[in-house]
Every structure is written in structure tokens, then in C-alpha cells.
Design a binder for this molecule. Sequence first.
Ligand code: ZN
Ligand code: MN
Length: 147
Amino acid sequence: MNGWTSRLDYMVEKLKGKGFRITPQRIAIVEVLANSCDHPGVDQIYREVIKRFPTTSLATVYKTISLLKEIGEVTEMGFGDGSNRYDGRNPHPHPHIMCVKCKSIIDPDLSSLNEMSKELSAETGYKIVSHRLDFFGVCPDCQKKIE
Ligand code: ZN
Ligand code: MN
């Protein structure tokens, strides 16, 4: 299955559909986002893209991410220190667990999430349409380093 290829195509087509100009640099940025499992930051995306397109500017990376955010195809998360990270692989709301030491971010399988939404809805009368759930902790690797 070439899931990431179609994810890339989907994101590019959606940008085109909104009338945004598509350049090879822009496609490369979208490709990094569609491909990365590790929730890259702007610098990481930039470093990847300039390997293929050395003249790409950091501003283009920022601009492309902000367009993708605008059309709901990229989720932004951060450690509260101003350095944001992005998920362009899975645009659907999902929880994250983030290591405050090495800054790794993964997508946990949280089976209780459905229950939590139902409980929240029942308690408040709200119809839940989305959620944002970020957990912060110290990952197993970093725990070993501390010991
Ligand atoms: Zn860690
Ligand atoms: Mn994610």
C-alpha cells in the first residue's frame, strides 16, 4: 500500500483546489509532512527540503505549513517553549504523548478516548466535534538515562 503517496497527492490537490500556487519546493515540504512519523518541527522540515531544493527559504516552509493548517491538513503541537511541531500524516484529531527531555512525540493508542468523549458529552450536554489532547512525560529511553 502506498498510503503516504496518496496522502501527499491529497494534500497537494487540496492546496491546488484552494487556489494556492504549487511549486516543486512546496510539494517537497508537503511530502516531508505527509511522510514523517516523528512530528517534525520547522527546522527539521527545512533541513530535509534543502537537500533537494537548496534555494528553498525558511519563509516558504512557514508559509506552506500555515496554509496546510488553514485547510485543516496539518495539526500543530508544542512544548510551550515556542518551538512547534507538526503532524501532516494524520489530519484527524488524536492524542499525543510528548517527552519533555528528548522532545519525541508519538501517537498513543488510547482506547478510553471514546468513553471519555461520551462522558464529557453526557456531563456537559455538548456535542463533541473535535478534541485536543496532549500528554507530557519522560519517555522510557530518557528514564534510563536519568537512572
Ligand atoms: Zn525522551
Ligand atoms: Mn500525531
